[in-house]
Design a protein around this ligand. Structure first.
Ligand code: ATR
Length: 293
């Protein structure tokens, strides 16, 4: 079994015989999805190999046709193919309609069905990690104007959070998003910049703080939030999971706040995809061990 397969392998069918699930991306060699899904498949005695497929932009349409021909059950789709995946599908779920892109494809009865499990995965992660309900919660989202931030903001509003503060360094990137959310959902939406004063004031009115900026991935990064404003009642989630403990999470822990990182989001989105394909419930703790050990 190779670490990464390509469109040529699909064309020539030089794949493992039982390869029926895959993650599609460019690049894709770093993806942890195969370890996580393979562990869950093996534990349920489902004889399927989950592979990585590196597809260049523009190769997705052909790849879907070839995969259908080879009897694939489905795939995960990651950057940069999530929009193209939606456009190449016959049926799209409500989640794809709301979030605009797809991360899960199910090949079923000759049709291509698109879903998005990133949003629901995030909500499950927050609710389980923090033992709370997102419906009715007051939340501050950092980096709401980035790619991940927009999807997170939409999902939080969609499931009925109460007050949602959207912060972004480039505040103008929030204009369309806040308009869209206010038009479509009941949540009360407030947009702010990322000055220490604005963030600190917003933090006073929320219980949940989520970091969706890229700050914290590199050791030299500044913190995305004035750390002295974190209180013990805050629930602080960092979408970054590498490193597992960013400066934000370390400071939150020291302040006595509950914390969690994006690994739980990754696992829950994967578990929901797994259920869509197999109609079986995977073992979440096994999936967690498979990507952390
Ligand atoms: P994208 O997700 O759109 O590809 P990104 O460059 O990965 O963008 O950045 C993700 C988020 O981190 C964005 O909200 C970005 O803020 P801008 O929209 O203003 O670029 C935020 N971000 C990245 N670097 C930052 C920094 N040094 N300070 C504050 N926010 C930052």
């Amino acid at each position: 079994m190779k670490h990464v397969y390509t469109i040529s392998d699909l064309r020539e069918n030089s794949l493992p015989e039982n390869a029926k699930l895959a993650v599609l991306g460019y690049p894709v060699s770093h993806s942890a999805s195969p370890q996580m899904h393979q562990a869950a498949l093996d534990a349920l005695n489902i004889d399927i190999s989950y592979i990585r497929l590196e597809l260049k932009p523009g190769e997705l349409t052909e790849a879907f046709t070839l995969m259908q021909g080879l009897g694939f059950l489905g795939c995960n789709v990651t950057i940069p193919h999530k929009l193209e995946a939606r456009e190449n599908s016959h049926v799209i779920s409500d989640s794809v309609k709301a979030l605009g892109v797809a991360n899960t494809i199910h090949f079923k009865d000759g049709k291509i069905l698109a879903d998005n499990t990133d949003g629901p995965g995030l909500i499950q992660a927050l609710e389980e990690d923090f033992k709370t309900s997102i419906k009715g919660s007051d939340i501050l989202l950092l980096g709401a104007g980035g790619g991940a931030g927009k999807a997170i903001a939409t999902q939080l509003a969609r499931v009925g959070c109460h007050k949602l503060y959207l912060s972004n360094r480039t505040a103008s990137k929030l204009d369309d998003l806040s308009q869209k959310l206010s038009d479509n959902y009941a949540a009360s939406i407030h947009t702010i910049g990322n000055s220490a004063e604005e963030l600190s004031n917003a933090a006073k009115g929320v219980t949940i703080i989520i970091n969706a900026t890229s700050l914290g991935m590199k050791p030299e990064d500044a913190a995305p939030f004035p750390l002295e404003s974190i209180c013990p009642h805050h629930l602080v989630y960092d979408a970054i999971y590498s490193p597992p403990k960013t400066e934000l999470l370390r400071a939150a822990e020291s302040a006595g706040a509950k914390t969690s990182n994006g690994l739980s989001m990754l696992i829950h989105q994967g578990a929901i995809s797994f259920q869509i394909w197999t109609e079986r419930t995977p073992d979440i703790s096994l999936m967690h061990r498979a990507i952390t050990s």
